[in-house]
Design a protein around this ligand. Structure first.
Ligand SMILES: Cc1ncc(COP(=O)(O)O)c(C=O)c1O
Length: 438
């Protein structure tokens, strides 16, 4: 076995402590490890393998595109790129818009900000983002992120024109109170107030996750349409970071679609499920209005591999798979079912303070020390030792769960079977009893 432990610098890890498993294969929601074990993947790895592992359509699309043409620069044309752009514009109803392809989510957000500033004619314009958000690990994306890891890196958001507002965190409302709808309204109003304080002419865009995100906040339903209204009233572009929430994860092609036209952003960023993670690809989708402002101007940007034909061919195949296999509707139905099952767990385990999500196969369990006071089990973003033990035990028993702080995030591939989901929930039930019995 090659000793990866001693040669690779692993992301988000203390190198000396790295002991993650090596994956050698997979099928559907299952991964095969180098030691021969099979693992049920309840996080789609990084919430990105929406189509499951080794989806045959993706493999075939990559193989046949590789035989035709592996690479052409983004400045020239490539058939799968055009096809994918067209399909994205159609599915999002952004007819007349344009798509800028990137390599992943962070650079999609970087480019969305650059494009929004150019399109708004505000070159150094302020960007409003929120606390408890994640937009990627590059310098600007990390500055956009309201994430403790940005503080650890010493990144100064203000120096990059980024202003943070409190999040629509219904369970722990930063504005106080326990009324989630009120919290959604106040969080949206806080964005409006910040735009007004900074001056409409100084603000280029607002960037927010419309639903699922790494930091585990699922906004109250009234938040996104209110945010859309406040930004539209002020003529400020709204960027929906759909890197995690799109492609069925939240029960729609794009999470904002749950709100219909009242939720339509001006730009949206995509990655992860765009290719079912079979190849790296991200995108910025521009509305017709945003695209029109750039039509006769130079776009000062480009990455050597953006719009790579192999990745775009995988994207075209992924979109067909979501559609022809009915995976978006499946995710919506299974997500609703999962939410009910987790609510049943909540009624049995006092350590579960909140259960949220379930618009698709994305749900969050928040653990607390005290359900009445909602005191967190560990200070954010620390993961309580008992939760670490729970996850390690689950892994030893063949199920991989993602955690962040006090949260367990359930986001299995959309092809997960109902039996697999039930197994994972019942394992969680047993392990919550084992590790959090009072
Ligand atoms: C909402 C959101 N935006 C952006 C990113 C960054 O994407 P990438 O890791 O592809 O750069 C992530 C990654 O988890 C994400 O969840």
């Amino acid at each position: 076995m090659i000793a990866e432990r001693d040669s690779v610098l692993h992301s988000w890890s203390v190198q000396a402590d790295w002991d993650a498993p090596t994956v050698v294969g997979g099928r559907g929601a299952r991964l095969r490890l180098a030691d021969g074990r099979e693992i049920l993947d309840m996080s789609s790895l990084a919430e990105c393998s929406n189509l499951g592992h080794q989806h045959p359509r993706l493999i075939e699309a990559i193989r046949s595109q590789a035989e035709r043409l592996c690479f052409v620069t983004n400045a020239w044309g490539a058939t799968p790129r055009a096809e994918l752009a067209q399909a994205l514009l159609e599915r999002s109803g952004f007819e007349g818009g344009r798509v800028f392809f990137t390599l992943g989510g962070a650079d999609a957000n970087e480019h969305a900000v650059r494009i929004a500033r150019q399109a708004a004619r505000k070159p150094g314009g302020a960007i409003i983002a929120r606390e408890r958000s994640y937009h990627g690990a590059t310098q600007l994306a990390m500055a956009l992120s309201g994430d403790s890891r940005a503080h650890s890196l010493g990144i100064d958001p203000r120096a990059l024109g980024v202003h943070h507002v409190p999040p629509p965190y219904g369970y722990r409302c930063p504005f106080g109170g326990r009324d989630e709808v009120q919290c959604g309204d106040r969080a949206a109003a806080a964005v409006a107030d910040r735009i007004d304080d900074l001056g409409v002419d100084k603000v280029a865009a607002v960037i927010m996750e419309p639903d699922a995100g790494t930091n585990g906040i699922v906004a109250p339903d009234n938040y996104w349409p209110a945010l859309r209204k406040h930004t539209a009233d002020r003529g400020v572009w709204l960027i929906a970071d759909e890197v995690m929430s799109a492609f069925g994860r939240c029960g729609e092609w794009f999470a904002w679609q749950r709100h219909g036209e009242a939720g339509r952003p001006d730009l949206m960023t995509l990655a992860k499920g765009l290719t079912g993670a079979a190849l790296p690809l991200g995108a910025v989708v521009l509305s017709a209005e945003v695209a029109a402002t750039l039509e006769h101007e130079m776009l000062y940007s480009g990455l050597t591999y953006c719009g790579h034909p192999l990745a775009c061919a995988a994207g075209v195949a992924a979109l067909r798979a979501y559609e022809e296999e009915g995976l978006i509707a499946r995710s919506r139905a299974l997500g609703a079912q999962l939410l009910v099952q987790l609510q049943q767990l909540q009624s049995r385990h006092r350590v579960i303070g909140d259960v949220r999500g379930g618009h698709g196969l994305f749900a969050v369990i928040e653990l607390v020390a005290d359900r009445d006071s909602r005191a967190p089990l560990a200070p954010w973003p620390q993961t309580p030792p008992a939760l670490k033990s729970l996850v390690d035990t689950a892994m030893a028993q063949g199920v991989s769960f993602a955690t962040r702080g006090n949260l367990i995030v359930l986001a299995p591939p959309l092809v997960v079977s109902e039996a697999e989901l039930a197994d994972a929930v019942s394992l969680l039930d047993r392990l919550l009893a084992q590790f959090f019995a009072k």
